[in-house]
Write a protein that binds this ligand. Structure first.
Ligand code: NI
Length: 307
């Protein structure tokens, strides 16, 4: 067991969604237009859930592999260990066999030529920055500037009600190559809602995004991480949770947020931040600088999950 694999298990990392193209389309109740949507079955569990002000911690439900309904059994998903969600990380773990040599890498750097380093470990270390609860007129703009300067692509799970008046920020995200995901319209706990209401929350936001970008959103981050199996049918979107949560909304201390991330992050991780706080934006950019220096590549969550 490679070190990376070991760490992955040790951390009891949550599982992320994986998808089986098409299988869920037939079950779609409210996103019939999304023909290319990826379906998924998996389960998710979160080691800690937390959200910004006013949010309550909730227990992450399992959208479970083992308890699949008959119709879902045809999906290549019966193997919990296999369909389990975590492609990005899984691949990384597998690929990085002589792996997790972050320390070793540095030590060996002098003896490796550039080609070896490129083909070897460096390109395998990937993480995804995700930002919830925006767009924010000031801080999201600042973040986009910083990401552009660093040639970093990120993922934004935007709240629908924050879009009106900030359309140019959504346009910038799109034009500058970031992935735009859906974080509901009113930042609501959709697992507690009827499927109809939950769909409306998401659809309203998707409509606003599409009006600006011309594209549908395929990824949703449920507020509070509150997702359950019942939502798999009405939602053809792929839910995205996270691996690293620095609880950035609990502090304005940029260095603390940065330290929390750096002490925990591993290859293949999805990092949760909020672009509605300046301290979080500053921390994110500091983390980018540090991890880029360590050889990490920052990718959108679609690349991390689906590739
Ligand atoms: Ni949120």
């Amino acid at each position: 067991m490679g070190q990376t694999e070991f760490n992955r298990k040790k951390k009891g990392r949550k599982k992320r969604l994986l998808a089986d193209i098409g299988a869920r389309i037939a079950k779609s109740l409210c996103f019939l237009g999304m023909a290319a949507v990826l379906a998924s079955s998996a389960y998710t569990d979160i080691k800690k859930l937390s959200q910004p002000a006013g949010d309550t911690v909730s227990v992450q439900p399992e959208t479970g592999t083992g308890k699949a309904e008959p119709e879902e059994m045809s999906e290549p998903m019966s193997v919990s260990g296999q369909s389990e969600v975590n492609t990005g990380k899984k691949e990384s773990a597998e690929m990085s066999e002589p792996a997790d040599t972050s320390g070793q890498l540095e030590a060996d750097a002098g003896t490796l030529d550039a080609a070896e380093m490129t083909e070897g470990n460096i390109e395998e270390k990937r993480v995804a920055l995700t930002f919830d609860d925006g767009p924010h007129r000031i801080y999201t703009a600042k973040l986009l500037d910083g990401l552009l300067e660093r040639s970093v692509k990120a993922t934004f799970f935007v709240i629908g009600e924050n879009i009106p008046g900030n359309e140019e920020l959504i346009a910038r995200m799109y034009q500058e190559g970031h992935l735009i995901g859906n974080h509901t319209y009113d930042h609501v706990k959709i697992s507690d809602m009827s499927a109809e209401d939950a769909c409306e929350q998401v659809q309203k936001t998707s409509d606003l995004i599409r009006a600006i970008t011309g594209e549908d959103t395929e990824f949703v981050r449920p507020p509070f991480g509150a997702w359950n199996k019942e939502l798999e049918a009405p939602f053809t979107m792929i839910p995205v949770l996270w691996d690293v949560d620095p609880l950035d909304w609990t502090t304005k201390n940029t260095a603390l947020v940065e330290e929390r991330i750096l002490s925990e992050v591993e290859d293949g991780d999805i990092i949760l931040l909020h672009d509605c706080y300046e301290s979080s934006v500053d921390a994110a950019l500091a983390v980018v600088d540090e991890l880029q220096a360590q050889g990490y590549e920052f990718v959108r969550v679609d690349r991390l999950i689906l590739e």
